[in-house]
Design a protein around this ligand. Structure first.
Ligand code: ADP
Ligand code: ZN
Ligand code: ZN
Length: 748
């Protein structure tokens, strides 16, 4: 027998209030998570509608007290149903509670009231108004006089439109009774309108629709020809930045919208600039809406309501926009598909690309992925024919790719140049200052701490048991110990390089601040702007800095990976990458992939206008394939070398990795549970188990964290491990003070 947990009202607040009903066997095949059903409710068995949010074979209360579902609603597709079944799929495939999964797909607080604006407008003409004012003045009705005078002073257009109700109350200090009195005398009228809080920044739109070039047209035609034949697929457009991908998305959306279907366009938050968004507004007008993290809950709610009501066709936004409740979704675009922000860091730890493809399959939509540096996952599937691959090889405006110089930092050191800047980079910066062109200095730094490297031999100090570099642990401003975040191996900070004996070893992770200081010292009159997590606080911190740079308020912009995303600076003709290796020593199996992406994207910032750009790439590993390939913007060679390594080591996208995080305030219990988890996992012969070990961050906020990893070619086997561990944890009360999170790195 099957039991269903049902919620009557889908509001985030009420999620925990589910009611269990039994499923009559004759409808068992017609229901799933998300189904809308009729149930008898309360003492009077009033028939009500509710959604199934969970199904189980065990009743959670006395079976005699469980009522039975009356029927399944077989009406059209309801957005809520879809999103709830999507939540069910997310729970099943990523491991989380059903509540967390539903909160992820319905991020909106529902109790927020819609904003209503009231306007007060005159029902008499200006001549009558004057007479009325005189009359009220005689009677010393000063409040009435204030209101009418204010209306009288408006110009003709505004006089007919009226003024804001709130303004009269607050600024004119007039009470509600006075306004109502005037209304009763038919001197004024009051109009209420539902107002949607439109989050979009106001501005003027000037961009024109371009004639597509031949390749763009071919891509558009191919996708639309599939679409019109009813074929739904995933497409990957691999095209350098500026090759015209966005133009293709928009032209496909044109057609999708013409077919009364809707589109979702996902863009990483950081690339969600005024420039990008206004291109869509310009083309599709008010049928577009945007959500982003700076919206209030109310504003976000409004945008979702507008989508549900059908008053918009296109939603633009980061990851969470994927869950826009469109009724007739036709297309999902994921721009900058490789971006790490598409991976949710909170449970459920879903990947946006995978969930998008699943939502598209459920609703009969197509998916377009776009990137200059595709993720290995997407490219692997494109090469294997699962996705259809398109290439845009040239920049649409005809701009040329920059010249790239690779500088070996070991040689600079041998030449006794101890500065952060190589000779080449220094001389090119000088040239730019003379020519009044701009420079971007990029510090390829990711993750938490850097590593300790030797400036003579270039080696990072690594763990003897793992292929990762040791992380410096800083005490009172200097490095005291080095630790391995995988196995826990730990040594005091050595005085000399363990490889070559040089005493020039230091933290390899110079900050943006140091670079800015060094620039100011080397080039005294230079104007700089710095962009990193410290300077971008506040509401629109980062777009302000970029705007100032674009307006020519600085010669050099220094920043972390934040500056390399999707911005167009026509006057930037030089990009300097201070230490391209930084992202290679992170100890992540994706380190080479990230390095390729960061360098290629950074290099793509140079020469976006009609002037040719140059890039100086400083590195200790000029022979590393990710650096050589990125310098040539040769993604395919990079992919061919990287995929071999993934194959050899059974890493995604060839295989799957399930990371199981066990955490608890009680370290002993966390360790014990981690051992049990690894034993349970080892029972599956197809899985290679690693661990338990301390998590990369072994203790966070006084919670101890242990990891077990399972590698397996079959994703569904890993899902069964997850189910089995969840089951075990639920039954065994010894571990009530522990939690478990799952993180899938997958090929599917
Ligand atoms: P991407 O999304 O690949 O970075 P965009 O679509 O933003 O590329 O195009 C880059 C620039 O080239 C934009 O300024 C865009 O207006 C312009 N552009 C795109 N397609 C064409 C075209 N067919 N003809 C002329 N200009 C184009
Ligand atoms: Zn180690
Ligand atoms: Zn050395």
């Amino acid at each position: 027998m099957l039991f269903a947990d049902i919620i009557i009202d889908i509001s985030v607040k009420n999620l925990d209030k589910t009611f269990q009903y039994s499923v009559p066997s004759e409808i068992e095949n017609d229901i799933s998570i998300g189904s809308l059903v009729q149930i008898p409710f309360g003492n009077g068995n009033r028939p009500l509608k509710g959604y199934i949010v969970n199904l189980s074979e065990k009743p959670s209360l006395d079976i005699s007290k469980i009522k039975s579902i009356i029927s399944v609603e077989k009406q059209g597709v309801v957005a809520e149903s879809h999103l709830l079944s999507l939540a069910g799929w997310i729970k099943q495939n990523y491991g989380s509670t059903m509540n967390d999964a539903i909160r992820a797909v319905m991020p909106v607080k529902r109790e927020i009231k819609e904003k209503v604006v009231k306007t007060v407008f005159p029902l008499v003409d200006k001549k009558q108004m004057k007479a009325l004012i005189e009359e009220f003045a005689k009677k010393h009705n000063t409040a009435r006089v204030r209101v009418l005078k204010c209306l009288l002073e408006l110009d003709e257009v505004l006089y007919n439109k009226g003024i804001d109700y709130g303004f009269i109350i607050k600024e004119l200090k007039v009470s509600k009774t006075v306004i109502d009195g005037l209304k009763q005398k038919n001197i004024i009228g009051i109009e209420s309108a539902k107002k949607y809080r439109n989050p979009f920044i106001k501005g003027t739109f000037t961009e024109n629709k371009h004639m597509l070039n031949e390749t763009q047209q071919y891509i558009k035609d191919s996708i639309l020809s599939d679409f019109n034949k009813g074929i739904r697929k995933t497409y990957l457009i691999h095209g350098v930045t500026g090759s015209g991908k966005t133009e293709v998305y928009m032209s496909v959306i044109d057609d999708v919208v013409a077919h009364q279907k809707q589109a979702i366009v996902l863009i990483p938050e950081i690339a969600l600039t005024f420039q990008t968004v206004s291109r869509f507004y310009n083309r599709f007008g008010t049928r577009v809406s945007v959500i982003h993290s700076r919206l209030s809950d109310g504003e976000r709610y409004d945008q979702f309501v507008r989508a549900k009501e059908g008053s918009i066709d296109i939603m633009i936004g980061p990851r969470s926009a994927l869950f826009t409740p469109f009724k007739n979704l036709g297309l999902i675009v994921i721009d900058e598909e490789h971006e790490t922000s598409y991976q949710s860091e909170m449970p459920p730890k879903y990947h946006t690309r995978e969930v998008a493809i699943h939502r598209a399959e459920m609703t009969g939509a197509s998916v377009i992925l776009g990137s200059a540096t595709p993720s290995l996952e997407a490219y692997y599937r494109a090469v294997n024919g699962e996705y259809k691959l398109f290439k845009l090889e040239k920049r649409a405006g005809g701009a040329m790719l920059p010249d790239v110089y690779i500088v070996d930092l070991r040689e600079e050191f041998a030449k006794k140049n101890y500065s952060i800047f190589s000779e080449k980079l220094s001389s090119l910066i000088k040239e730019r200052l003379i020519k009044h062109e701009q420079t971007i200095i990029f510090i390829n730094r990711r993750g938490y701490a850097g590593s300790i490297s030797c400036r003579q031999c270039g080696k990072a100090i690594g763990c003897p048991h793992c292929s990762v570099s040791l992380k410096p642990h800083i005490y009172k401003g200097s490095v005291s110990r080095l630790k391995c975040h995988f196995c826990g191996y730990e040594i005091p900070m050595p005085d000399v390089c363990p490889t070559c004996g040089s005493k020039y070893i230091d933290i390899f992770g110079i900050g943006t601040q140091q670079v800015e200081e060094a620039i100011k010292k080397n080039f005294p009159c230079v104007r700089t702007l710095r962009m990193d997590a410290d300077t971008t606080g506040g509401k629109e911190g980062h777009s302000k800095i970029l705007e100032r740079f674009k307006n020519g308020e600085a010669d050099i912009l220094i920043g972390t990976q934040m500056i390399v995303k999707g911005h167009d600076f026509p006057n930037v003709t030089l990009v300097g990458i201070i230490a391209a290796d930084l992202s290679l020593n992170t100890g992540d199996y994706r380190a080479s992939e990230r390095t390729y992406q960061l360098i290629a994207q950074a290099a793509g910032r140079a020469g976006r206008g009609n002037k040719k750009g140059e890039v100086v790439l400083q590195t200790y590993q000029p022979e590393h394939y990710s650096i050589i390939c990125a310098a040539r913007q040769d993604y395919e060679s990079f992919y061919k070398q990287e995929i071999v390594i993934r194959q050899m080591l059974q890493y995604p996208p060839v295989s799957n990795i399930l990371g199981i995080l066990v955490f608890s305030k009680n370290e002993e219990n966390a360790s014990k549970l981690a051992i049990e988890v690894s034993e349970l996992t080892k029972k599956y012969e197809m899985i290679t188990v690693l661990g338990p070990t301390d998590a990369p961050i072994a203790k966070a906020k006084d919670i101890y964290r242990k990891m077990v990893y399972g590698k397996c070619f079959s994703y569904s086997v890993l899902c069964s491990v997850k189910d089995c561990i969840e089951d075990f944890k639920e039954k065994d009360t010894k571990y009530n003070d522990c939690g478990i999170n799952f993180e899938f790195n997958m090929t599917r």
